[in-house]
Write a protein that binds this ligand. Structure first.
Ligand SMILES: Cc1cc2nc3c(=O)[nH]c(=O)nc-3n(C[C@H](O)[C@H](O)[C@H](O)COP(=O)(O)O)c2cc1C
Length: 433
C-alpha cells in the first residue's frame, strides 16, 4: 500500500496551470541568466532560485535545531538552491508560533547548534539566511503559556480564542532590542544574513497594516509611524553589527479592506531601502485570509479537520456538516500562480536594491520570464522545494521543467502536528473525496 501511495506521488503529473513548453525561451539564454552565478547582498549564489522561508518543525522544545534540520538544509544545498532562507525563528518566547518544532533564536545558548548547521551548508557553497520573526497575535497562549501580544488589542478571526494585549511603549523597545540581539546571534552562528519576517500577518506586518495596527501613538497611524518599529530595528542593528545583510519579506497586500495595498507597500519598500535593507522578498496575505499567501486549488479541509486546532476536536457529526460548508465558503483566491508578481514589479520600479518574488512559481519557463524578461532579480519557492529539495538542479540539468507539487497544502496544515514533508498520499483517509 505504501508503495502504491509513493508511486502516486512520484508519477502524478506536475501541476502546470499556466505553463507550456512553448513559453520557454531558448534554453541557452535561459540558463545563462538564471543559472549564472549571481550576487545577492554580497553573497555569492549559484543561481537566482532561492528556497523561501519554510517552517520545518525540526527543532526541539527549546527551539534548538536538530540533526534532521541540518540534513534537510544539506539536501537543499546539494540540490542546487541558490540560497536557503530558513523557516522562521522566534526572537522571544511570547512570539513563538503554535506550530510543531519551531526554531528559536532567543538565547546565546543556541548559537553552537546553528553554527554546526551553517558550516554543513557552507560545504556546498550555498549561502544560508536566517528568517527571524515574532508571531504577534498569530499564535496561541495555550502553546506559548503567555498572553498573545499585538500592535492593538484586536481579536484575530482565526486565533479567536485569544484576545491579544496591546504592546506598551516599553515592550516595543524591548522587542526591538530582542530583534537586534537575534540578528547578532545569527551573525555569530555564521548565517550569511537575516531576513525580517514582515509578511503573512506576523508581528512586523501587523504593525505595517492598518487592519491590525489601530494605534494613535508614534507606532501607528501614518505609514512612517507604522514603519517606525522596523526602521528602529535597522538603526539599532546597524549600530551594533555594522554592515551585515538584513533582508525583509514584505506583504504587498493582505486582502483586508483597511489593510496593506501595493501602493503603500511601494512606499514601505522605499523606506526599507533608505534604512539599509539588503533585499526585499515580496509576498502577501495573513492567516485570517485562509491560504491567501500559500494558495492551492482548494482549501485542504479534510486535513484541517484532523490536524488543525480549531477543528480536530469537533465531534465527528459536526465535522461532517462543517466540511462541505467550509469547502464552499472558503474559496481559494485567484490567481494560483505568480500571485505576487505584479506587486513585485511595482516595488522593483521604486527601489534599486534586489527584489525577490515568491508565490506560485513552479516552473522554469515562468522563472525565466520573471528574471530575464520582467527583470525581477531573484525568485524564491517554498512548496516546490518541499517535495523536491533538488528541484533547482533538476531545472538546471533539464531533467524537469515543472514542480511535482500539486498545491494540496497538506504540508501547510500539518505544520501544527508534524515535521515538514510532502504529505500528499501520506495521510490515512485524507484526500479520498
Ligand atoms: C509548510 C509551509 C511553511 C511555511 N513557513 C514559512 C515561514 O516560516 N516563513 C515565511 O515567511 N513563509 C513561510 N511559508 C510561506 C512560503 O515561504 C511562501 O511565501 C508561500 O508558500 C508561497 O510560495 P510557494 O507558492 O512557492 O509555496 C510557508 C509555507 C508552507 C507551505
Amino acid at each position: 500500500m505504501i508503495y502504491i501511495k509513493s508511486a502516486i506521488v512520484f508519477f502524478r503529473k506536475p501541476v502546470n496551470l499556466s505553463y507550456t513548453h512553448s513559453m520557454m525561451t531558448d534554453r541557452m539564454t535561459m540558463n545563462e541568466k538564471i543559472f549564472d552565478p549571481a550576487v545577492l547582498a554580497g553573497m555569492q549564489l549559484k543561481n537566482r532560485i532561492l528556497r523561501s522561508a519554510t517552517h520545518e518543525g525540526m527543532s526541539d522544545e527549546t527551539g534548538s535545531p536538530t540533526e534532521n534540520l541540518k540534513k534537510l538544509y544539506v539536501r537543499l544545498a546539494k540540490g542546487g538552491a541558490g540560497a536557503i532562507i530558513t523557516g522562521f525563528a522566534g526572537i522571544q518566547s511570547n512570539g513563538k508560533g503554535h506550530l510543531f518544532g519551531m526554531s528559536m533564536i532567543d538565547s546565546d545558548d543556541l548559537i553552537p547548534a546553528y553554527r554546526e548547521i551553517v558550516d554543513a551548508v557552507h560545504e556546498y557553497n550555498t549561502p544560508i539566511i536566517m528568517q527571524i520573526a515574532h508571531c504577534g497575535r498569530q499564535t496561541r497562549s495555550k502553546t506559548t503559556g503567555l498572553q498573545t501580544v499585538a500592535p492593538s488589542a484586536l481579536r484575530d478571526a482565526f486565533f479567536s480564542e485569544d484576545m491579544p494585549r496591546e504592546l506598551s511603549d516599553e515592550e516595543i523597545n524591548e522587542l526591538i532590542d530582542n530583534f537586534v540581539k537575534s540578528i547578532v546571534r545569527a551573525k555569530k552562528a555564521g548565517f550569511d544574513g537575516v531576513q525580517l519576517h514582515a509578511a503573512h500577518g506576523y508581528l512586523l506586518s501587523e504593525f505595517l497594516s492598518s487592519h491590525s495596527n489601530r494605534r494613535k501613538d508614534r507606532w501607528g497611524g501614518s505609514t512612517e509611524n507604522k514603519y517606525r518599529l522596523i526602521g528602529e530595528i535597522f538603526k539599532r542593528a546597524t549600530n551594533v553589527i555594522g554592515d551585515y545583510p538584513i533582508l525583509v519579506k514584505l506583504n504587498a497586500y493582505d486582502g483586508r479592506k483597511s489593510g496593506m495595498k501595493p501602493d503603500e507597500a511601494v512606499r514601505i519598500a522605499m523606506m526599507l531601502e533608505a534604512s539599509g535593507c539588503a533585499a526585499i522578498e515580496v509576498s502577501c496575505g495573513i492567516v485570517e485570509d485562509g491560504l491567501y499567501s500559500i494558495r492551492g486549488e482548494e482549501l485542504p479541509v479534510d486535513a484541517a479537520m484532523e490536524y488543525n486546532f480549531k477543528y480536530k476536536n469537533l465531534p465527528s457529526p459536526v465535522k461532517t456538516i462543517v466540511k462541505p460548508i467550509l469547502k464552499r465558503v472558503m474559496k481559494q483566491p485567484k490567481p494560483l500562480l505568480k500571485f505576487n508578481l505584479d506587486s513585485a514589479l511595482q516595488i522593483k520600479k521604486a527601489v534599486a536594491i534586489p527584489v525577490i518574488v515568491v508565490g506560485g512559481i513552479n516552473n522554469i519557463g515562468d522563472i525565466d520570464d520573471i528574471v530575464a524578461n520582467k527583470g525581477i532579480d531573484f525568485v524564491s519557492m517554498c512548496r516546490p522545494f518541499i517535495i523536491e529539495p533538488d528541484i533547482a538542479n533538476k531545472f538546471n540539468k533539464g531533467i524537469q521543467s515543472a514542480s511535482k507539487c500539486i498545491l494540496c497544502n497538506y504540508c501547510t496544515i500539518l505544520t501544527e502536528a508534524k515535521p515538514l514533508r510532502c504529505y500528499y498520499g501520506k495521510l490515512p483517509n485524507i484526500g479520498k473525496d
